[in-house]
Design a protein around this ligand. Structure first.
Ligand code: ADP
Length: 325
């Protein structure tokens, strides 16, 4: 039997047990009160109308009434059992559904992560096996092989780093250390770290940074900005532009990253923040490295700051990601 069906039946049983326990106590109480009152009523009546020397009342009436009350209470309890059985089964499903969903997501996540790890591992293994079988392998070939191996190891390391970040930010029990942070400074630091890859691809990064102070965790906000700017560079065309803006509007601070890249199809937009989701364009056409984890991490960081992240995009024209905190 499916684990969740088992848990659902167990929970239904517990709900029913509690309901029936309460109902039985009530019924017992009602039975006691009713029969006592009945007996008292019959005695008073008998006292009033029957001479003292012949005092007494028909005990069979009392027994019959008691029996009828008991029968009615049993019927009512049967009804309660039937109704609460259905209701409990329904409620148990409602209680367990979010847990079932979270577990399914977890299973999918482990499956996806293993799949992503398998690709570089398989290519690493194949390269080493082929090299070991090659009797004429010289030092130059061996060095080439090690360079290629290192690339695969780098890929696995970056996946492990992403997974660690994700688990850190999605773990609700760990609170980040919040201080006064200026989003403009955050953006500057993120851009500093991405100047090289942008230069390599001939992409200009324009900045329009206005002071925007908020309470937050500087390190995680720099990670968030880096993810968005890195994507804006990765999914850009050669010689394209990335515009990074920060501003404060009322009590809200805004960071936006606009690019002139491949854009995202409307069909893909609802899914790009899901873990391991990569739009087809990034898998095939642009063919850039990635695991589809960056935006889920960015979203978790925005949520940890009580903020949100939104995207506007047009295929072949570009995208704008905005974080509002
Ligand atoms: P990764 O970049 O590693 O694939 P992300 O979670 O950062 O993972 O992004 C998920 C997907 O969203 C990407 O694969 C890509 O298809 C799409 N995407 C994200 N940012 C952009 C962007 N600036 N322009 C176009 N597509 C983007």
């Amino acid at each position: 039997m499916n684990e969740f069906l088992k848990a659902r039946l167990k929970l239904t049983g517990w709900y029913l047990f509690i309901i029936m326990l309460v109902s039985s106590f009530f019924s017992l109480g009602i039975y006691q009160i009713l029969t006592r009152e009945m007996e008292r009523g019959l005695r008073t009546q008998a006292l009033r109308f029957i001479p003292r020397e012949r005092f007494g009342f028909d005990e069979t009436i009392l027994a019959e009434v008691k029996q009828r009350i008991a029968l009615n209470l049993i019927l009512v309890n049967g009804g309660i059992l039937l109704f609460s059985g259905f209701a409990s089964y329904f409620l148990a499903d409602k209680t367990l559904k979010p847990i079932e969903k979270a577990m399914e997501e977890q299973k999918r996540f482990v499956g996806d992560a293993s799949h992503e790890l398998k690709t570089p591992l398989t290519s690493l293994k194949t390269e080493i096996e082929v090299a070991l079988r090659d009797k004429k392998l010289d030092l130059k070939d061996a060095k080439q092989l090690l360079i290629s191996n290192l690339e695969e190891v780098d890929k696995m390391q970056s996946l492990a780093d992403y997974l660690l970040l994700l688990s850190r930010y999605e773990d609700g029990s760990k609170k980040l250390d919040f201080k006064e942070v200026n989003l403009a400074e955050v953006a500057r630091k993120a851009i500093e770290g991405l100047k090289c890859p942008a230069k390599e691809r001939g992409i200009a990064i324009e900045v329009k940074l206005k002071d925007a102070a908020i309470r937050g965790n500087a390190l995680s906000l720099i990670q968030l900005a880096s993810i968005l700017i890195d994507n804006a560079v990765k999914y850009n065309r050669r010689g394209g532009t990335v515009i990074v803006k920060t501003a404060k509007i009322g009590s809200r601070a805004i960071l936006s990253v606009k690019d002139t890249g491949v854009g995202i199809k409307a069909l893909d937009i609802p899914y790009i923040f899901n873990r391991f989701y990569r739009a087809d364009s990034s898998r095939s056409k642009v063919n850039v490295d990635g695991y589809g984890l960056g935006l889920s991490i960015a979203k978790s960081i925005a949520h940890l700051h009580g903020g949100k992240i939104e995207v506007e995009s047009e295929p072949a024209k570009g995208s704008t990601f905005s974080v509002t905190i």
